[in-house]
Design a binder for this molecule. Sequence first.
Ligand code: ADP
Ligand code: ZN
Ligand code: ZN
Length: 692
Amino acid sequence: MHILQVAVAAPAHSDLPPTLSYTSERTLAIGSLVRVSLGKREVLGIVWGDGESNENPKLKAIEGALGEIAPLNAAWRALIQFSARYYQRSLGEVALAALPPQLRELDALQLAKRMKRKPKEDTGSDEKANATNSVALSAEQSLAIEKFFSEKKAAQPALLFGSTGSGKTEVYLRSVARVLAEDETAQVLIMVPEINLTPQLQSRFTERFAAEQIATMHSGMTPAQRLKAWLLAHSGQARIILGTRMSIFASMPNLRLIVVDEEHDASYKSQDGARHSARDLAVMRAKLETEHNEKPCNVMLGSATPSLETWQACEAGRYQRLEMPSRIGNALLPKLKLADMRLPPRGTLFAPQLIAVLQERIARGEQSLVFLNRRGYAPVLACDACGWKCECPHCSAYRVFHKSDRTLRCHHCGHTERVPRACPECGNMDIQPVGRGTQKIEEQLAVALGEDAKRPDGSPIIIRRIDADTTKHKGELEAQLAQVHAGDVDVLVGTQMITKGHDFRRITLVAAIDADAALFSSDFRAPERLFALLMQAAGRAGRDAGSAASQMWVQTRHPDHPLFAALAKHDYAGFAKQQLKERTQAQLPPFSYQALLRAEARTQVVAQAFLQAAQEAAGDLAGEQVVAFPPVPMSMQRVADVERAQMLLESPSRVALQNFLSQWLPQLRALRSLPQCKGLIRFAVDVDPLLI
Ligand code: ADP
Ligand code: ZN
Ligand code: ZN
């Protein structure tokens, strides 16, 4: 009798140990998939270790092994182990969530059938000559690739810091081609923020690597498609895996290269489950693959506006920086124009100058892009008359306006006050949330542009809105983008989704309707996100060298804000320097480490009482290195009748915070039985939260 330690899906901080023991008649390799009974159910498990073969009559035997599927390798298991420990989840929860759902549901016979289906026909070795490297690389592209493959210390992560339109995709393609050519078993992983937003990237990979099996992985796929893609990657048949954040956990036995495109994008951070950062895990995975396999695995993070975490890692010499400052064909970046919204009457949606330039562009047959970025910002109150804003007296943060109880609360230190009746500075009675706007921008723009605006051929202008509503159905986004590319649209209106990644050739003007909500947000990362958003948006304009006069317009009541000065110079480095200075002074990430404990309950009082009790439980554990701030309601305080509260934990030391969390969290389950915690629904921790 052999004893196996098996990881099964069990929530963190349940009473179950990390792995459960089962017996097996024959030995099974570590990493093998098995079916075991757990309570009354039969579930999928992963063999995580083996024990001595001592007879224990209480142990159950495994129900069966999925012998058709090769064991998950050591590097993959190390990634899971790291992820579970770092994000404070149970091993089984992370491991099983990383597998395609159908693997958990299908029986051995069904699986065997799936695996027999032949993937893409092998087109024969003649045609397998993939890389039709038609374009000649620019000097900057060549240099970046050379540096990436030569100068690096073993598996040092690299940041491809390339302007919008500098040709980062071509660098990815060539790097992939090189890795695949050097080793016929090599696999590569290309991660993108949102698969629907980057159909161009996907098609460029499928065109360039026509002879390769490419597996895509994203949440829009059916369970059957996900299983198929997973099996292709796991068996090594797919050498290119293209996916969103979920693909970081794909099993790839010969992984040699990971590319993270638009590495600054917030969608790499998952907002449920273990709340991992796929970008951070990509860096860790490359390290673990290198340690566990014979050949190294490299990682390339690409962005024109890197996250400050990544930028700081370059500054500190931990990451290698590959720079591509020029745009392909020497196209110029657009010129920044600020429309001072203090000048027109209050409530004006579009500055008159902006309308005038839009009309000019339309008359010349050029396209414009107008976007609103009002999603996801916690409301901050401001006085239009004197410029007062609801700053926290104790922190360099704005307090969040909580409508339900009309309070202003600091999400950093917890300081709370009732909303003042009038502006504390000037007595103005009309204090309002920053960033009022409209959903009806499309209609209002048509009105503002007026009847007179005509296309060069005299026909009426065409305004097209692209946002989550107009692209709900499959293929809609592609169809709408095709219209833009074909020149059938004069003004493209949308949310920030249209500002990312698209290679628009004819757009010469981009306008941000309302930047101020992000300028004065309670979230210390808001300026970083705004800068990235505006740079990316600007990057959609003037991608053809011919369009020398491209412009980026920003409507703001704060034209003197230093962020705009840096933006005008397209000076990411300068902006990063100034932000990092502020972050050092305030001891904020990347110079400190954070975690959020969130609680959901029937009432706000209970949610906060639980956090309060948790804070008391922290007691001596926290030591001097970890600070637990008081509980506050979340900015989205109430969702579907559930009250939500959160508590911030901060430490200058990542290790100290990790140690603290791993000792503290297991104690919290017991607090549920306290009388004041009756009505608690759930709690969870978010390590390295992006929104606080
Ligand atoms: P980025 O991702 O850096 O914003 P892209 O990869 O979208 O830039 O490249 C911008 C444009 O330049 C694309 O249309 C691409 O096909 C083109 N391009 C890239 N590299 C070259 C090259 N070496 N020669 C000619 N065109 C190129
Ligand atoms: Zn005032
Ligand atoms: Zn405060």
